[in-house]
Design a protein around this ligand. Sequence first.
Ligand code: IPD
Ligand code: CA
Ligand code: CA
Ligand code: CA
Length: 272
Amino acid sequence: MEFLNTSLNIVRESGEMLIDGIKSSFNVDRKESKFDLVTEWDKKIESFITEKIQDAFPNHKIIGEESIYSEGSQSFEELLRSEPHLWVLDPIDGTNNYIHRLPGYTISLAMISYGEIKLGIIYNPDNDEMFCAEYGKGAFLNGERLHVSDRSVLAESMLATGFPADVDVDRKAVLNQINELGPLCRNIRVFGSAALHCAYVAAGRLEAYWEPGLNIWDIAAGALIVQEANGSVSEMDGSPFILDFKSFMCGNGVMDNVIIHHLNKVASKEMG
Ligand code: IPD
Ligand code: CA
Ligand code: CA
Ligand code: CA
């Protein structure tokens, strides 16, 4: 509880900074490709949360999306599995929304202990929605208990996916998946924040979300929040979710198998 209360306060304060930041003009830099961008606010929030967590818990480690590549020689996988208290941060999930002053950017913070996700927070500062979960204790939105939806018919299901930075491989695959599932479901949304999609699955607003090519900081908090809201998480082909996942899928536990069936159908067509 101490971990949760402290980190909730830090994330809330960071959210206020983001609300101020989006009203200002800010620098945007390119990372790996012209679609992979970082703003000065991604870096500011990452430094702010890193310092606050280190002050509050001096024995804990924290890694964030914008500093991950300077993590010495130990492999990222090893770090995730070997640390007793490892905080994993996405300072802005939905940087492109932030750059375009669109709603749908979140702060996502998780705490992983020896490879197991113990705590997750996703904050949408725009509408002050704070999603959180602790392992085994349920998931909450602004203090109210969350539960995934019980919709069990694809035609009544609202789905979500995302277009990753890798245009040539992942975005084309996602278009094929939308082509398959689009005509069968109520509709498909692409809000532009993996964490927000997970939070909405947990809140019963979406029946499922899938996306290839994500990173652990995008969905560590979301995976726990969905599971604690009685939803399920897996790879897109239905195999169990592991920390070095290749793709991500979460759902209300009822629609998952149907959606996985269609995703697998698309994948086998792509393989010829
Ligand atoms: C991105 C967002 C987006 C998803 C991308 C992610 P970022 O994270 O979650 O929704 O489609 O795959 O990289 O770069 O805004 O933190
Ligand atoms: Ca990014
Ligand atoms: Ca992200
Ligand atoms: Ca980010």
